[in-house]
Write a protein that binds this ligand. Structure first.
Ligand code: PHE
Length: 337
């Protein structure tokens, strides 16, 4: 085999290659295990001493040329087929890992609360944070002389004196009872506002979850059952619950609900102020005057309502002692949830 003839043939063949399959055939023909280069190499030991060195060099040069041509052709082929595999882009290079965020602890607790009530058949409804004075107070049987109506307890909108930032989620009771048909079982998560000075346990904005149920024959014992189920689901099944008589204008009778202290289990410690009990929410049977405002016949229908602060539940659940931590957006705090 004359190496010069082979070189000439190679030049011709390489120009006719137009597919990866052709290129592979070409590679096998010359550089394969039984290819031409291998055959030429095999003849070297049969040559005379004098011929070996120069023939060996020629074969080597041929091999190098073939490798170069193949590489060039391969690059050209892949550049046509898929630009992403071109030499300038290394697909083997590791990507940049994006740091994943997660939900804010208050969102997590709100979702947990809503899921528990969802399982008991409550639907989730939301209402606006800018509310009418009527829905926030009048419709809820809160009389004109009630202190929560005062400007020091409520943010009124300057140019719309009948509008305000809602001070609780209870106005959604009025909205839902007007808009929907009984029976109702509704849960309302959302932000509320009160012009309180900010300290470890107060914030001018916080979150509540309101709940209420209206149907024929709803009793106080239904409220008790639902809240007991809730307390156990969120704080553990050993938790005890008690009702303490209280007053709310929109419920009668009204009660605040305490759970046995999750720190000392009821013995008395600094978290529960040595009482053994922690207040978690306000509740009661919906006042007939509220039903009258929304056109529900209070002789026929009864219902219960309750409202809880999400921050308070989260603080108890996770042992957080300062409400401001939720709003400072310090990643060292947030990353713990
Ligand atoms: N709206 C009351 C508050 O913000 C809580 C509450 C809701 C009480 C429903 C009774 C019934 O304090």
């Amino acid at each position: 085999m004359d190496i010069n003839i082979i070189l000439a043939e190679i030049d011709l063949e390489i120009n006719n290659i137009n597919s990866p399959e052709n290129l592979e055939q070409f590679r096998l023909k010359y550089l394969g295990r039984k290819g031409i280069v291998a055959q030429l190499t095999a003849t070297i030991p049969t040559l005379s001493q004098g011929e070996r060195a120069s023939f060996g060099q020629q074969v080597n040069a041929l091999k190098n040329k073939l490798s170069l041509l193949l590489e060039e052709k391969q690059r050209g082929n892949s550049a046509n087929n898929s630009p992403r595999e071109s030499a300038s882009f290394d697909i083997g290079m590791p990507g940049i890992v994006q740091e994943l965020g997660h939900l804010h602890p208050l969102t997590q607790v709100t979702e947990e609360i809503c899921t528990i009530f969802n399982r008991m058949g409550f639907s989730i409804v939301e209402g606006p944070e800018i509310e009418s004075e009527y829905n926030n107070f009048t419709g809820l049987n809160i009389p004109l002389e009630h202190p929560s109506r005062e400007a020091f307890d409520t943010f009124y909108l300057k140019d719309y004196s009948k509008m305000l930032l809602r001070s609780h989620t209870s106005p959604v009771q009025v909205r839902a009872m007007k808009d929907r048909k009984v029976p109702l079982a509704i849960i309302v998560p959302g932000r509320v506002y009160r012009p309180d000075a900010v300290d470890a346990s107060h914030s001018f904005m916080f979150h509540q979850v309101e709940g209420f149920m209206v149907d024929k024959g709803i009793r106080f014992s239904d409220l008790k059952g639902v809240l007991e189920e809730f307390s156990k689901a969120i704080f553990g099944k050993d938790i005890k619950m008690r009702f303490r008589p209280h007053f709310f204008p929109f419920t009668e009778p009204s009660a605040e609900v305490d759970i046995s202290c999750i720190i000392c289990k009821g013995i008395g410690c600094s978290v529960c102020g040595r009482k053994g009990w922690l207040e978690i929410l306000g509740s009661g049977m919906i006042h007939p005057n509220v039903f009258n405002h929304v056109g529900i016949n209070s002789k026929e229908y009864t219902g219960f309502a309750f409202g809880m602060g999400v921050e308070r539940i989260a603080m108890l659940k996770y042992g957080i002692n300062d409400i401001r931590l939720f709003f400072e957006n310090d990643l060292r705090f947030l990353r713990q949830f």
